[in-house]
Design a binder for this molecule. Structure first.
Ligand code: GDP
Ligand code: MG
Length: 445
């Protein structure tokens, strides 16, 4: 696995101060091989390795992990990001908030799993969101394709548009939309025809249907087992049809995750679901973290990464202690504390020692500060420049507006954050006057 490869490369580097460019490049060669083995498209692998290299060079080596482990964490985080994930591992959603009916159009090659996935998504919308769903098959090429959808509809108890022989896809789409409107459906799912290969007639048909149906979602269905082919298909479709997302089917097979990585990079669109079997409930929200793990060779990687993350927290705490001793406390310190509060459910390592923090913590335990607010604070600090973080007194009215805009918050929110920081910075100065953290501990006995 990748972690084995990296372990070998990095064993001799233990104890150095920072990851050098040569170290990182050696490691990234192994990463590149691992990605290609996982079936990631070559240009995507190249691009990824370049980005990860840039991130890794110059990072301080943590004392409690080997440089190899640290690179695994950097690569893992970069993979998750490339797969469309975030720290909170949010799942991509369907955007169906329009005057009903919302239209979801499924496109892709023949045999990729469009019809199956149409019924799976319809079932999911019905059972989880209580939506009234109508499905229509526009596949007039394959014999009995429309009947196939009707059969699945009966199976999952979702309505299908009555079949009218001889109608063409655009006509069927028009009729489906009409029926969905008249009969008060929330969602209309359009299952389209595929071809064995991408051809212009297919693309023209997709475009004509999309013009008539104006879908909120156009989901490209791709078979994750087809590897490099899947990448070509995705490139072709995304150039011609305004896709909103991707569904990867057959993730239950021995797909090595490479298709997922390439897919996201090539289409620029989120992977919204993963098909994990032939049964109607075998559809999952897509989890970037899990797929990243699969590409990295999983197993021990998760624990490695967790250990690395713990070490990062420890470094944070040590940095904090040394700054406390000097009576300093800037926005980056505040962010480190907020991060700890979030991870530990309100109980940061140093929180108890800092008066301002205690108040915030009490508010959090009483429910007044929840996870959402902590994430918002983090977003505000992210929107600050480095100078502003080091010297929050620079943040004037104009800067407040910019920070609020950048973080999707209000100037009032920014003011609250600044006030909180000010209280904590003051507390820090008082601690310094009392002889620093050590003196305070001594006083507390
Ligand atoms: P379409 O031509 O794109 O409409 O593809 P179909 O929906 O007819 O699917 C073709 C075959 O793939 C069927 O036998 C499905 O049961 C199967 N299939 C679809 N999705 C999955 C999946 O996620 N896992 C597995 N194992 N089989 C799937
Ligand atoms: Mg079909």
């Amino acid at each position: 696995s990748l972690s084995d490869r990296l372990g070998g490369v990095f064993d001799r580097l233990r104890g150095r101060g920072a990851l050098t460019e040569a170290d990182v490049r050696a490691a990234m060669r192994e990463v590149r091989v691992a990605l290609l083995e996982a079936d990631v498209a070559l240009p995507v692998a190249r691009q990824f390795v370049d980005a990860a290299t840039e991130k890794a060079i110059g990072q301080n080596v943590l004392r409690s992990v080997t440089p190899g482990q640290q690179v695994v964490k950097i690569v893992n985080d970069a993979l998750v990001e490339l797969l469309g994930g975030s720290a909170g591992e949010e799942e991509a959603q369907l955007h169906l908030a329009v005057t009903p009916p919302a239209v979801v159009m499924m496109v892709g090659l023949q045999g990729s799993g469009k019809t199956t996935t149409t019924a799976k998504i319809a079932r999911r919308l019905k059972t989880r969101e209580n939506k009234k769903v109508l499905m229509a098959s526009l596949d007039v090429n394959r014999p009995a394709a429309q009947e196939q959808l009707a059969t699945l509809g009966t199976q999952v108890d979702v309505a299908t548009l009555p079949i009218v022989a001889g109608q063409q896809p655009v006509e069927i789409a028009r009729r489906a939309l009409q029926s969905a409107k008249l009969q008060g459906y929330d969602v209309l799912m359009l299952d389209t025809a595929g071809r064995l290969h991408v051809d212009q007639a297919l693309m023209d048909e997709m475009k004509a249907v999309a013009d008539v149906a104006t879908p909120q979602e156009i989901l490209l269905v791709v078979d994750s087992l087809t590897g490099q082919d899947a990448v070509n298909v995705a490139t072709n479709f995304s150039e011609q049809v305004p896709l909103t997302g991707v569904v990867l089917t057959r993730m239950d097979g021995d797909a090595r995750g490479g298709a997922a990585l390439s897919m996201r990079a090539v289409t620029g669109k989120p992977i919204k679901f993963a098909g994990t079997g032939e049964k109607m409930d075998a559809l999952e929200a897509f989890h970037p973290g899990r797929v990243a793990g699969r590409i990295l060779g999983m197993g021990d990687v998760v624990s490695l990464v967790e250990r690395a993350a713990e070490a990062v927290q420890q470094e944070d705490a040590e940095r904090m202690a040394s700054r406390l001793a000097k009576g300093q406390f800037d926005m980056d310190d505040l962010r480190a504390q907020l991060g700890q509060m979030r991870r530990m459910g309100g109980l940061g390592a140093l929180a108890g020692m800092i008066p301002g923090m205690k108040k915030a913590q009490a508010a959090m335990n009483s429910g007044a500060i929840d996870e959402r607010i902590l994430l918002r604070m983090d977003a505000m600090i992210t929107s600050m420049t480095q100078k502003e973080r080091a010297k929050p007194e620079l943040i004037n009215a104009k800067r407040k507006i910019r920070i609020a805009k950048g973080s999707g918050t209000t100037v009032q929110d920014v003011n609250k954050l600044l006030k909180m920081h000010q209280e904590m910075a003051n507390a820090m100065k008082r601690i310094k006057k009392m002889g620093g953290l050590k003196g305070m501990m001594a006083m507390l006995g």
